[in-house]
Design a binder for this molecule. Structure first.
Ligand code: F6P
Length: 515
């Protein structure tokens, strides 16, 4: 039986029946995390067909190609070596040079944090302003937000990504250029937003410290020629972001220099160690017990065979507040595609819309839609309290996450409403019915440590790559994004009064905006 036939069959089975049969589904454990995947439209036969798919698409082979440094990014003619950034003992020379870029960054971070590297006026740095966008921003921002309580007391950390001039103004507000280091991260060193903000930051530093301004810039890039030209003969700090590391896979790289400087010394090392532990799990575990493979299979099952066009990520952890935004780029920029590397269209829906937020906060907002809207999306719970020193808070957080998953799955029938609340008028009782049948994955850990943040993110990286393999996509390029950049470049002359755009609606909007 095909996967499509299994999906058609299971769609017509009451979800509660499916769950009864799956309540003993073994938990999956990996690098500090456990996952329960029993609440899905699956049974033994459908799951076994998914394992066949994993074998047919040779997921173990795909992982071997990744870790052997083979060219898994054919359109850009490169391997994907992000795993080497966290590998304690990389084997190939290329992987060792990738790892070296992190060691160089850590050395530089220590020099800056300890005041051995100083600003132009001889003062130690007391503030870091990180400038970058997309993969050169989400990662370090997530780590710093997650472990804000592990910040060095004497170091301020700010971020700027947006082309809206206000973003940099807010980032620089109240800072003294003499004690501020600007960390500019851009793999290409050609991204408009980053160059615009770096240019304005340079003016601000120059006005404050004069000639020695370049000592206030640490530039992390795969394009040192452009960065050197930007420094215009002055001597700034340069770090390597290897070509073989994609922006959205670069959280482990020198691009997180700001975190290495501003957070306590062990944070980044533990974070990378967690990722390395997940790499080991993913390399060694067989298909059935491999968490990344199982999640990738679920992604394809839910999106392509059951037709769920979205997935909600509900992070029950204050430290994971920025995780949904981070994963949106990782998953949607990687697999939001319709054509494979051979140029042939993929004949099925691919990566779903990923959205979500922080539990329990979302419960007072969009959870209403999750529970009772006619639309149905699978949800993914990640429960990992950020601190465990208050039992009441942890118990509450845990109870809420469990309750949400249970209600989404089981729903509440009219009979159940009436049995519990017999005095309700029928029209009110009817509104209290939950259809249920909403599948979910429950990923959990007793506490969100730096190690576990690393292993979680590495898990999602591998899952994304493996889902891309199942869909027949190259997860490491992003042609759709590139097009938007080109078009914005073409419209700027029209905004400056030169020429007219071809598109009539854009032309009329420009007229009206200029008025
Ligand atoms: O948004 C598109 C993108 O190309 C991302 O893939 C990348 O992370 C981001 O722009 C920033 O690119 P760069 O690091 O080259 O400035």
């Amino acid at each position: 039986m095909t996967l499509t036939a299994h999906a058609d069959r299971l769609k017509n089975v009451p979800f509660r029946d499916i769950l009864n049969a799956r309540s003993h589904t073994p938990r999956l454990d990996a690098a500090g995390w456990s996952a329960d995947i029993s609440r899905h439209y699956l049974d033994r036969e459908a799951e076994s067909a998914l394992f066949d798919l994993a074998r047919e698409k040779d997921l173990p082979g795909a992982l071997k190609h990744l870790f052997d440094g083979d060219m898994v990014n054919p359109s850009e003619g490169r391997p994907a070596l992000h795993w080497a950034l966290r590998a304690a003992l990389p084997r190939s020379e290329e992987a060792r040079s990738v790892r070296q870029s992190v060691i160089d960054a850590e050395d530089m971070a220590a020099d800056i944090a300890n005041g051995r590297k100083k600003g132009a006026s001889g003062e130690a740095f007391r503030a870091i302003v990180h400038i970058g966008i997309g993969g050169s921003d989400f990662g370090p921002r997530l780590i710093a937000d997650a472990f804000h309580d592990k910040r060095r007391q004497d170091m301020e950390l700010r971020y700027c990504a947006n082309l809206d001039p206000l973003d940099l103004e807010l980032a620089l507000d109240g800072l003294d250029p003499a004690t501020t280091l600007v960390v500019g991260v851009s793999k290409s060193f050609g991204t408009e937003e980053t160059l615009y903000n770096l240019g304005r930051a340079r003016d601000w530093v120059k006005a404050g410290v004069g000639d020695g301004w370049a000592a206030h810039f640490a530039l992390v890039t795969a394009n040192p020629d452009r960065a050197t030209a930007w420094l215009d003969g002055a001597e700034g700090l340069l770090l390597n972001l290897p070509e073989s590391v994609g922006g959205r896979f670069s959280i482990w790289s020198a691009g997180s220099l700001a975190c290495s400087i501003a957070l306590e010394p062990r944070v980044m090392a533990e974070f990378r160690a967690g990722a390395e532990a997940m790499d080991r799990h993913v390399k060694l575990a067989d298909i059935r017990s491999n968490l990344a493979i199982r999640l990738a299979l679920l992604d394809v099952w839910n999106a392509s065979f059951l037709g769920f066009g979205a997935r909600a990520l509900l992070a029950y952890s204050r430290r994971l507040k920025l995780l949904p935004a981070y994963l949106q780029q990782l998953e949607m920029e990687s697999n939001g595609k319709s054509v494979g590397p051979d140029g042939i269209p993929v004949q099925m829906p691919t990566a779903p819309l990923l959205w979500g937020g922080e539990g329990t906060i979302g419960q007072h907002s969009y959870h209403q839609w999750l529970h009772q809207s006619p639309s149905m999306v699978p949800t993914e719970f990640i429960l990992a309290p950020g601190a465990t020193d208050d039992e009441e808070g942890v118990t509450g957080l845990t109870a809420h996450a469990l309750a949400q998953a249970e209600v989404l799955a089981n729903g509440r029938t009219l009979e159940e409403v009436r049995a519990e609340e017999p005095d309700l008028p029928l029209e009110i009782a009817a509104q209290k019915v939950h259809a249920g049948g909403r599948p979910s994955t429950f990923i959990y850990a007793p506490e969100l440590t730096t190690f576990r943040l690393g292993s979680l993110i590495a898990l999602f990286e591998h899952r994304t790559y493996l889902a891309g393999v199942l869909w027949g996509l190259n997860s490491f390029d992003q042609w759709g994004v590139e097009r938007g950049k080109t078009m914005a470049g073409r419209l700027k002359p029209a905004l400056n009064g030169e020429g007219k755009p071809q598109d009539a609606i854009t032309a009329s909007l420009i007229n009206s905006i200029k008025r």
